[in-house]
Write a protein that binds this ligand. Sequence first.
Ligand SMILES: [Zn+2]
Length: 136
Amino acid sequence: MKIVNKNGQKPNHARYRKVLEAKAEEVRRSMSAQKAAQVVARLDVPSDEGDLSQQHHEEWIFLNRNTIDMKLLREVSDALHRIDQDTYGICMECDEPISAKRLDAVPWARFCVTCQELISTRIADGELVEYQEADR
Ligand SMILES: [Zn+2]
């Protein structure tokens, strides 16, 4: 008999779901806080060229930071989707279970440590730009 809870999920998955949902909430909040900060910053209309380029620089930082948040948010929601599909915690590269230690550190991990290192090396070598899921 399989060990499942009332929702038919593995108990660990329910725990990771909570962690992931909290993380998604945290990222969303951080993103809207940044948006609010940007709106406030925009109220200061730049008076000369120097201020303008400074503002461009700040916008670039803002966009860059937001891109990282967006990416993380997507990783987290993909992980939640994998819990729904019951494929959570399985390496997408070698189909081996990802260790609990790794999932505790990175709950949205797609790959086991071995595959992640291989992929990182391939990205560093310029062989891969970014890992894309095959079914997209
Ligand atoms: Zn793997």
